[in-house]
Design a protein around this ligand. Structure first.
Ligand SMILES: [Zn+2]
Length: 445
């Protein structure tokens, strides 16, 4: 296998019978895991350690045994050769056609390589978004975006061209100039973050004396923030622009994996022909199939070649909707879009808490066993943190004395109080591949 067939061009993907779609996803998963295992030292090592080979993946149960990856793992992998992408890269460097990087505010970004075929795949994914949101060849699309190292609306630009729309790249213009250009050209569609769409409307109205609702804009595609799925923000944007506003969620490492359609059913379609979206219960690690239960999104880009992303723990909190979308697409709906992030750093009792700070304290006590567990719960209006520990045999100090020091250290390092439970040695869950020691259940209620 030197390349992956482009069978994502299938025009009937979006209306496939669910069981047929599941079958296609499984086949694509088998194909991408074999591709990654054969070419990427990162994936090969990860799966070897888990005792897995691509040929072992025969059923959905097998898929769920495949270790997840997270951003930290992707960053470590890029420290290896070849520079700057590292051991997740599956193609020779000379096949890399595009560089992008993640836009996190802290720490090292993830560098993302794409081949030319990947780049065509990006615009294909975005074509689904735009078509579902009513973009047609008659649209004149103004893209007010700073074309740069972030992936953002780059692929939206190419997808609009691919659908035959006319594209106006509104790159380095300032906001007022952009509004004037939209007016001058009678542009019919726009792409941007919710914050910027509101800001632009404000500049039009209050600085230029132009009512944006009186312009020709009919549709706006939002990304980058959850606003377009929040009813109040959506309404505000739709009224300001006199246009329909649609949500889309995507990410640099994953791709453009979802879209709201013109039916605006209160959620976004997962693009299940090109991605595998799984929802994991953060408490049990179980995959949630039923609607109405929130969990973390675990996502696989099924057709991306240069740096595949398999079972990526995105930290996005999502849930399946109970009803299919009235538009007729069989791709499942994620109710209310992405609802938040089960991030590493979380706010407890108003204090920012990093699970690694707890780990540092607990692991500093020789008297305590390696395994521990933290559960954050909301009880009434209060957050409660329970730390479960085990004692190693043969400790010199008394249990009471150790627990006293532990509480003091935790308060010193994290500014929070903990309820500490002592469990018999060996009774807490042991993890083989990826630990789930930090359980924040507050998003789930
Ligand atoms: Zn729909």
């Amino acid at each position: 296998m030197t390349t992956l067939a482009s069978n994502y061009w299938n025009p009937y993907l979006e209306t496939m019978a669910p069981e047929e779609l599941r079958r296609l996803q499984l086949e694509k998963f088998q194909r991408i895991i074999a591709w990654a295992y054969e070419r990427s030292p990162f994936y090969r090592e990860l799966y070897s350690q888990a005792g897995l080979e691509p040929g072992d993946i025969k059923t959905w149960q097998d898929v769920r045994r495949v270790p997840t990856v997270d951003k930290g793992m992707l960053k470590s992998a890029q420290e290896a050769q070849p520079f700057p992408y590292g051991s997740r890269l599956c193609v020779p460097l000379e096949q890399v056609a595009e560089f992008r990087q993640t836009s996190g505010t802290t720490g090292t970004p993830v560098y993302q390589a794409d081949t030319w075929q990947d780049w065509e795949w990006w615009s294909e994914c975005w074509s689904y978004i735009l078509w579902a949101q009513g973009y047609r060849a008659t649209d004149r699309v103004f893209i007010p975006f700073g074309y740069n190292i972030f992936v953002a609306f780059w692929a939206g630009h190419y997808a609009a061209e691919k659908l035959g729309c006319e594209v106006v790249p509104g790159g380095v213009l300032d906001t007022a100039s952009r509004v004037l250009k939209i007016k001058e050209l009678q542009a019919t569609a726009l792409m941007g973050t919710p914050t910027y769409m509101l800001n632009m409307a404000d500049v039009a109205k209050n600085r230029l004396g132009i009512d944006p609702a009186g312009l020709a804009i009919k549709r706006i595609t939002c990304a980058g923030e959850p606003g377009a799925s929040l009813p109040s923000t959506k309404k505000r944007m739709e009224e300001a622009w006199g246009a329909k506003v649609f949500d889309h969620a995507g990410a640099t490492e994953i791709g453009a994996w979802s879209y709201e359609c013109t039916a605006q059913c209160g959620g976004i379609h997962a693009n299940e022909g090109m991605f595998l979206v799984e929802i994991e219960d953060p408490m049990t690690g179980e995959i949630i199939e039923e609607p109405g239960r929130k969990g973390k999104m675990i996502i696989t880009a099924l057709d991306r070649l240069a740096q595949p992303c398999l079972r990526f723990d995105s930290k996005d909190i999502i849930e399946w909707a109970a009803e299919p979308c009235p538009c007729g697409r069989t791709y499942r709906i994620i109710k209310g879009g992405v609802q938040g992030r089960a991030d590493d750093i979380t706010k407890v009792k108003g204090v920012l808490l990093s699970p690694s700070a707890i780990e540092e304290v607990v692991r500093g006590f020789d008297e305590l066993a390696d395994e521990y567990e933290v559960v954050v719960e909301r009880i009434g209006d209060n957050d409660k943190i329970t730390l479960k520990v085990e004692f190693n045999p043969g400790a010199q100090a008394t249990e009471q004395e150790v627990l006293g020091r532990l509480k003091d250290q935790l308060r010193l390092k994290t500014n929070l109080g903990y309820q500490i439970e002592v469990h018999p040695l060996g009774s807490l869950t042991r993890y083989e591949v990826k630990a789930r020691r930090f359980k924040d259940t507050r998003h789930l209620h």
